[in-house]
Write a protein that binds this ligand. Structure first.
Ligand code: UDP
Ligand code: MG
Length: 235
């Protein structure tokens, strides 16, 4: 299979149908060899029922449903493991990412292992934009990176680049570093950003800043201790 679109879902019943239609319409121009995998991360609303309904209409839709809410990193890891595409595209379920940007990400993926979206003009509250800017600034300093926006969920990965990753809670905020430390190449492209269509954000100030700052030290340790081995021969 060529492409898997992996989408974590936690209480997003009002967004999923529109998002599916948008993705299907974009892929009419790209390929018919793709799957859309929703990971229902213990939603308490009708998200799973909506996905079930969509599945009967759109055969490319698949869904994994968690026993209970386990977090965005866990959802992405499960999506990676279950996916079959050579290229894996991740995005949020809330319509903030625009599927129309997928061709742009794919135009870079031949030359890189991970292409990261950069929300150059974010449609979020000011408080969120400030914490995100500060977070990206410190992360770049402490990890020696030059990535503008690791928090943008719209990304394209070559399958190989995620195969060794173990996504502990919060690690979805550090994909460029995690992939680079395994020896893979990362690039970024400017993408569109839209206001959340329906439902609420799942993260408050504490998650966005304090938890992410704490996690930064874990990633610094990982970067020091990683052994990016390459297999020379196999008989
Ligand atoms: N999400 C999830 N599990 C969680 C929290 C979030 O699957 O515990 C999903 C959520 O439904 C959305 C994406 O992760 O598709 C990003 O969440 P959100 O839009 O709330 O984050 P923000 O854009 O506000 O940073
Ligand atoms: Mg969002």
């Amino acid at each position: 299979m060529n492409y898997s679109i992996v989408i974590p879902v936690f209480n997003e019943e009002g967004n999923i149908e529109i998002l599916t239609k948008e993705i299907v319409s974009v892929f009419e121009q790209i390929s018919d060899d793709y799957e859309i995998i929703f990971i229902d991360d213990g939603s308490k609303d009708g998200s799973f029922a909506v996905i079930k309904g969509l599945k009967s209409q759109y055969p490319m839709v698949r869904c994994i449903s968690f026993e209970k809410n386990s977090g965005q990193s866990a959802a992405l890891e499960a999506g990676f493991r279950k996916s079959r595409g050579e290229i894996i595209i991740t995005m949020d379920a809330d319509l903030q990412n625009d599927p129309k940007d997928i061709p742009l990400l794919l135009s870079e993926i031949d030359h890189y292992d991970l292409v990261v979206g950069w929300r150059a003009s974010r449609k979020d509250p000011l408080s969120k934009k400030i914490t995100s800017k500060l977070g990206n600034f410190f992360r770049n300093i402490f990890l020696g990176e030059k990535i503008h926006d690791t928090g943008c969920s719209l990304k394209a990965f070559k399958r190989e680049s995620v195969e060794r990753l173990k996504l502990f809670r919060g690690m979805h905020r550090f994909f460029p570093a995690l992939v680079t430390m395994e020896g893979y190449k990362v690039s970024e492209v400017k993408v569109n950003h839209r206001p959340r269509f329906s439902g609420k954000t799942k993260y408050g100030f504490f998650d966005r800043f304090s938890t992410a700052t704490f996690d930064l030290f874990a990633v610094m340790w990982m970067k020091k201790r990683v052994v990016p081995y390459k297999i020379k021969e196999e008989i």
